[in-house]
Design a binder for this molecule. Sequence first.
Ligand code: GDP
Ligand code: MG
Length: 168
Amino acid sequence: DIELAIKVVIVGNGGVGKSSMIQRYCKGIFTKDYKKTIGVDFLERQIEIDGEDVRIMLWDTAGQEEFDCITKAYYRGAQASVLVFSTTDRASFEAVKDWKRKVENECNEIPTVIVQNKIDLIEQAVVSADEVETLARQLNCRLIRTSVKEDINVASVFRYLATKCQQL
Ligand code: GDP
Ligand code: MG
């Protein structure tokens, strides 16, 4: 039986790979245009940490992040958050601070990771490793570099957050 259930919110500009990350983590799939075929806004996955069953509940934003109108309901009760930006999208990197503030306004201080996604496109990077590390230090968040496409480090994001929540 489940001893711990954690609601995780995943925020960041449109196009950084949030929906893809949820699909990848919960269903093990990656498609270029999943939205046209699968219309889901909530998925979950069960994992085991130190012998304890943990349910990770992931909420997706249905594109409304572009209009700056993510509702309070989206954040309500969130115990952890993921701030995602894309390796190939400078504006999404610069927005990470704002996303952190939004989460803090709604949820106070919760375990949070900064995710640099699309690391498979590192050749086309528009942010330097240095800048990213500096931002993570400033915001006092763990930084994890992922490729949802290549399935690199996606599971470690949620394992890290679940471990943090378990320790609280
Ligand atoms: P969202 O708007 O943040 O939910 O982003 P989506 O999940 O809809 O992804 C936007 C686009 O980026 C889609 O075409 C995805 O296939 C693509 N994408 C997502 N993750 C990766 C990744 O790790 N690498 C690459 N190359 N493309 C990705
Ligand atoms: Mg999306």
